[in-house]
Design a protein. Structure first.
Length: 257
């Protein structure tokens, strides 16, 4: 095995461990390339057709966004929406995730924060923003007198962790949008805080957080403040002064609202 093969095998193994694999199911490895394919089953003779054969009926094409829209709209409350997401089978991310990451905080709080997607810690715990970025988010909120146990509700655009924390694909965002919109309607916050580019894409239809941040806009009929993502602030501490200005703007809005 050359070193490239070795490193990709180790990375593949690490990813499986990450997904929760903790045992092998056979004592010895099986080389699937050496296993002969199963013999074809004998086909029973078809009965003679009495009438002209009809054209094959094409399998109905499922539109995952339409399915999501129907499921999301049918949810009458947040528990119903969580159940609808758990039952949704059209997003590949679900198969690689350990947990559905639905929300944290206080439903009905005045502030709803919309993040991007769960990372490893969130996937493990089934709660959004519990890793390093989440700890920074908690500090940012505390600085203006808010906290997730009393005054903030938190969710993400995607409820399942993308493999290796890759960026969400446009079709994944599109599938999850109906759930997110319903989530906002059911949680009924007064204001939205949209953190990061992918969340802006999902709620505002545009990216460019450096330009968007700090200006109040409207999303889903609510005042919404785009802000830098805490993970970005961890990598770019110089941007914390902009985040502080945005937090003060949020605080003023809540005071005057
Ligand atoms: N980043 C997010 O956008 N959401 C989380 O829940 C964690 C990290």
């Amino acid at each position: 095995m050359d070193s490239v093969e070795y490193h990709s095998a180790v990375a593949a193994l690490a990813w499986q461990i990450e997904l929760g694999v903790d045992e092998c199911i056979a004592d010895a490895p099986v080389n699937r390339y050496d296993v002969p394919p199963p013999a074809p089953k004998p086909v029973a003779a078809a009965p003679l057709a009495r009438s002209a054969p009809t054209a094959p009926v094409p399998m109905a094409e499922v539109d995952p966004v339409a399915v999501a829209r129907v499921a999301a709209e049918a949810a009458q409350d947040l528990d119903g929406l969580r159940a609808a997401l758990a039952a949704y089978e059209h997003c590949e991310l679900k198969r690689g995730a350990r947990n559905l990451v639905f929300s944290d905080g206080v439903p009905g709080a005045r502030v709803m924060i919309v993040g991007e997607a769960p990372g490893r810690d969130e996937d493990r715990e089934g709660r959004p923003f519990v890793g390093r970025a989440g700890q920074l988010l908690d500090k940012m909120l505390a600085a203006i007198g808010l906290d997730r146990d009393r005054s903030v509700y938190i969710t993400n655009v995607l409820p399942w962790r993308p493999p290796q924390n890759r960026d969400p694909k446009p079709e994944e965002i599109a599938m999850m949008e109906p759930f997110l919109h319903r989530h906002i309607a059911l949680a009924a916050p007064e204001v939205l805080v949209i953190v990061g580019n992918h969340s802006c894409q999902a709620l505002l239809g545009k990216r460019g957080i450096t330009r968007l941040r700090g200006d109040w806009v409207e999303a889903q009929g609510k005042p919404a403040l785009p802000m830098f993502h805490p993970a970005y602030l961890l990598r770019n501490p110089a941007a914390k002064k902009d985040a502080w200005a945005d937090l003060l703007s949020l605080k003023a809005r809540l005071r005057d609202g």
